[in-house]
Write a protein that binds this ligand. Structure first.
Ligand SMILES: [Zn+2]
Length: 90
């Protein structure tokens, strides 16, 4: 049985099933880091050269996870919590 640990710097997650291409070869990335990467990528300029994306992914894998203070939130997640469907619940 092999333990597939997330290759992101400092990430403690194991049992990753997703591989991502970086300049250093394919690396394992856990779901949490992948979601974070997707959020980050949403802020990247578009279009981008494929090699620049690989470069940016490599940089991401070498960056530590963002840590939030007590009253700090991820704006993208916060927006989700601030919205609801238009149903009138009286
Ligand atoms: Zn991870």
């Amino acid at each position: 049985m092999s333990v597939l640990s997330c290759d992101r710097r400092g990430c403690p997650h194991v049992m990753c099933e997703r591989l991502i291409q970086t300049s250093d070869g394919d690396q394992y990335i856990c779901d949490g880091c992948f979601v974070e990467l997707q959020k980050l990528a949403a802020k990247w300029p578009s279009p981008m050269l494929r090699k620049d994306v690989v470069e940016a992914v490599t940089e991401f894998m070498d960056s530590a996870q963002v840590e939030y203070g007590d009253d700090e939130v991820d704006p993208l997640e916060a927006i989700g919590a601030l919205t609801r469907t238009g149903e009138d619940d009286g």
